[in-house]
Design a protein around this ligand. Structure first.
Ligand code: PNS
Length: 161
């Protein structure tokens, strides 16, 4: 049983993330999405519970995907799930430095765990959660950027503000 962990902040999940999730689920027997409970992040748009819920809704038709939050070190979360693989999506060169650094640091502390990079599909290569938040804050529709179930949740957030 090959289990992969796909970690991230997912504030909110974008179609770029969703693409990586679907492709990972085709490669691995089981994919565990780990939503970082990043209490240090000043003001996330969505609480960790909301992010987990939106991901669960978005992935409900993919039977080998589960979603949960995690605190602390990613490699500990990966070990708890008897996994040895971290999946990350790579967009452009800008991602590479930080992703390589994270992958190497994770291997320093957990040499058994490897990071597998999937190149983001071209149509999603310019997407990011922060871009989605920024557009939404100016009232621009985020249709085509995030899974359908996430659109009303984002609109609700910004209508309240
Ligand atoms: O979606 P993001 O914000 O790019 O994801 C970053 C994430 C969650 C993969 C990273 O911040 C992480 O792994 N955090 C957990 C703490 C940890 O293990 N830090 C050491 C990594 S160098």
């Amino acid at each position: 049983m090959q289990i992969a962990v796909y970690p991230g902040s997912f504030d909110p999940v974008t179609l770029g993330h969703f693409d990586i999730i679907k492709r990972s689920a085709d490669i691995f027997d089981q994919v565990v999405i780990g939503v970082l409970n990043n209490s240090e992040k000043k003001k996330p748009l969505f609480s960790v519970d909301e992010r987990v819920m939106m991901l669960k809704e978005a992935t409900r038709d993919i039977p080998n995907v589960t979603v949960e939050s995690f605190d602390g070190l990613l490699v500990d979360f990966v070990k708890q799930h008897n996994s040895k693989v971290i999946v990350r999506g790579l967009r452009a060169l800008a991602d590479f430095d930080i992703e390589l650094q994270m992958a190497q640091a994770n291997r320093m502390v957990a040499p058994d765990i490897d990071t597998l990079f999937l190149s983001t599909s071209l149509e999603y290569s310019c997407f990011s959660s922060s871009m989605v938040r920024e557009y939404a804050s100016y009232g621009v529709s985020v249709k085509g950027f995030v899974p359908e179930n996430v659109i009303p949740k984002i609109e609700e957030k910004y209508n309240k503000k």
